[in-house]
Write a protein that binds this ligand. Structure first.
Ligand SMILES: Cc1ncc(COP(=O)(O)O)c(C=O)c1O
Length: 374
């Protein structure tokens, strides 16, 4: 077989995620200090597991409607209205936020269209845009990882369709403040662009309240994506949602019918009970972890922003290392797993730390990073 001829360019042209490469390296180490993981270090809450198990036992194992089970659709809208003060027009239950991103981009991007993508970005933004035949056009958010809205002006062309935004962000944990969101929404409205707002960390914030959705600022043009991978640690269960204008949600639902079909049935049932469990115990613990690392890294000379949400830090590598990649390779040699910044960026000057890890691991990791900066 000549697979080189058969495999499509859209697959062959993709590089495996840099995170996967770190995982492969990690597999060769016995007990590394692993600060590379993008999920909370607590398990799915017990009542959520019970609901899922009951659903499986009761035979709730068939296809659900493509749009999601009615009670969950209703609950997502009600939850959104309660958190963000705006009632979205429509909802689609997706296979995680990844599913929502895929469907939103498929619904909006024609070959040749341009998507404004924040740099640093969540890894899939770049590749999903490419899979749809679109071109990612990066807007730089260094050094403080917020959106400089006036700088977007010169990036917009007649082919621009979408602005992708996230708050809190991965890999930076940065949150957009109220005035930046207002300005971004105004800009998108003036240019007639769709906003895809990735809000998966909306409840993982250290300011004491949920991060307000961009949809509240620009309801007629925003699709807001969120889900339970992070807030209920349900990464493997694949439940998320997209809320926004009915016209767009209808198109996404149609595409879901021919791709994902529906989000997992038992996990949709479990999602309802996940809404009842809350993060109020976890977030203060994560805040302590954040503070511990930010202080420890700064006192060792690292340049690092204090993130307003999520569970990542994105420090600059010390000047003696030529790149993020070089820094992370050295860290891995010292049995500390991190992710190089070039996985999330067109630059290679930073690295990502996940502080969703036990305190002892954070202490061990900090010790290694302190030695590396010396
Ligand atoms: C910013 C961001 N968006 C989307 C995702 C994907 O989430 P899901 O598991 O819901 O597909 C992640 C996961 O790391 C993320 O960090």
């Amino acid at each position: 077989m000549d697979w080189a001829r058969l495999v499509a360019q859209r697959a062959a042209g993709l590089e495996a995620s840099g995170i996967r490469k770190i995982f492969d390296l990690a597999a060769t180490l016995k007990d590394p200090v692993n600060l590379s993981i993008g999920q909370p270090d607590f398990d799915v809450p017990e009542p959520v597991k019970e609901t899922a198990a009951a659903a499986l036992r009761e035979g709730f194992n068939r296809y659900t409607p493509s749009g999601g089970i009615p009670e969950l659709r209703k609950a997502v809208i009600a939850r959104f209205e309660k958190l963000h003060g705006t009632r979205p027009e429509d909802v689609l239950i997706t296979s995680g936020v990844s599913g929502g991103l895929t469907l939103a981009l498929l619904a909006l991007v024609n070959p040749g269209d341009e998507v404004l993508v924040p740099d640093p970005y969540f890894v899939s933004y770049k590749h999903l845009t490419g899979l749809c035949g679109g071109t990612p056009v990066y807007y730089d958010t260094y050094p403080n990882f917020t959106v400089k809205v006036p700088a977007l002006e010169k990036l917009v062309t007649p082919r621009t369709k979408v602005i992708l935004a996230m708050s809190p962000g991965n890999p930076t944990g940065a949150c957009l403040d109220d005035s930046t969101k207002r300005e971004l929404a105004e800009f998108a409205r003036r240019k007639g662009l769709a906003l895809i707002s990735d809000e998966i960390y909306e409840l993982f914030t250290y300011g004491g309240s949920a991060d307000r959705s961009l949809l509240a600022y620009y309801p007629e043009g925003t699709v807001s994506l969120s889900g339970l991978s992070k807030t209920a640690s349900m990464t493997g269960w694949r439940v998320g949602w997209a809320v926004g204008p009915k016209v767009l949600i209808d198109q996404m639902t149609k595409l879901q019918q021919f791709t994902f079909v529906c989000a997992p049935s038992f996990a949709q049932k479990a999602a309802l009970s996940a809404f009842e469990s809350d993060l109020s115990a976890a977030v203060p613990l994560y805040r302590q972890k954040r503070d511990f690392l930010v202080q420890g890294l700064r006192s060792a000379g690292y340049e690092v922003n204090e993130p307003g949400g999520a569970f990542y830090l994105f420090p600059r590598v010390p000047p003696k290392y030529p790149s993020g990649q070089a820094f992370v390779e050295e860290a891995v040699r010292r049995e500390l797993l991190l992710v190089p910044g070039n996985v999330f960026s067109e630059r290679d000057t930073h690295f990502r730390i996940s502080f969703a890890a036990p305190d002892a691991k954070l202490e061990a990791g900090l010790r290694i990073m302190r030695e590396m900066a010396r």
